[in-house]
Write a protein that binds this ligand. Structure first.
Ligand code: IPE
Ligand code: MG
Length: 232
């Protein structure tokens, strides 16, 4: 969800106002995804590197996170949304970690849509933690090095049990993945949107989905090997 700061600067507003509009946009995007048949949305809300920002902005982001969760809880519940988190939330202030954990628990049975919020997340950190867990299992004699395959690695990622992303959208005209789901994105289609995140409305989402629909996904095969998607 990139571009909140530049969106605000372009309008002469404080950065935090951009983040507030970005948070509201996220709530609208959840509705748009549900309407358009998307079942899982993972958003990069706060990266492990974002701690380097000024303290005022970091604490403003957490306050905003807590507020948006509280303000829209009933709406999320009504739409049968499950909340999950990836990233190390133990480092987050208690006033936001507590409510997050409560909603993760209370929304466990919701099945229409899964919102995964990446908070204090970094793909390299995730990979390091998975490598440590595997090494510990090997050292404890629970696993042999030869038995380590992709399924063993995948099961130790924070996304264990979640589908890989089919489509990754980066907003604000940047062309980078910035330490987001590096292993899970192996076969993801990537769409770059030039608009700042607060301007990423339903029409923008539909454009990205249309772009995705045009892509031929081969997963390493040749085009000729692929089954036609429609015979009619
Ligand atoms: C939102 O946009 C990303 C968050 C960390 C919430 P930015 O804050 O990165 O906005 P720009 O890139 O400065 O415009
Ligand atoms: Mg940015």
């Amino acid at each position: 969800m990139d571009g909140n700061g530049r969106w605000a600067a372009a309008k002469g507003l404080p950065r935090l106002e951009g983040h507030r509009r970005g948070a509201e946009r996220l709530i609208e995007t959840i509705d748009s995804c549900i309407d358009l048949g998307v079942t899982t949305l993972t958003v990069f809300a706060f990266s492990a590197e974002n701690w380097k920002r000024p303290l005022e902005e970091v604490s403003g982001l957490f306050k905003l996170g807590e507020w948006i969760l509280r303000a829209h809880l009933a709406r999320l519940e009504k739409r049968n949304v499950r909340l999950r988190v990836i990233g190390d939330i133990t480092a987050l202030p208690e006033f936001v970690r507590g409510p997050l954990e409560d909603v993760m628990e209370s929304s466990k049975g919701n099945s229409a849509f899964t919102l995964v919020v990446a908070l204090n997340y970094g793909a390299r950190q995730e990979i390091v933690a998975a490598a440590q867990a595997i090494a510990a299992d090997v050292a404890a004699g629970k696993l042999t090095p030869a038995a380590v395959d992709w399924s063993v690695v995948e099961a130790r990622l924070q996304t264990a049990g979640m589908p890989d992303p089919d489509l990754i959208i980066r907003t604000s005209g940047e062309f980078r993945l910035s330490n987001f789901l590096l292993l899970q994105s192996a076969y993801a289609e990537i769409v770059f949107a030039s608009v700042f995140w607060p301007d990423f409305d339903k029409a923008q989402l539909q454009l990205a989905l249309a772009e995705f629909a045009k892509r031929e996904r081969r997963f390493g095969q040749t085009g000729a090997q692929l089954q036609p998607t429609s015979t009619k």
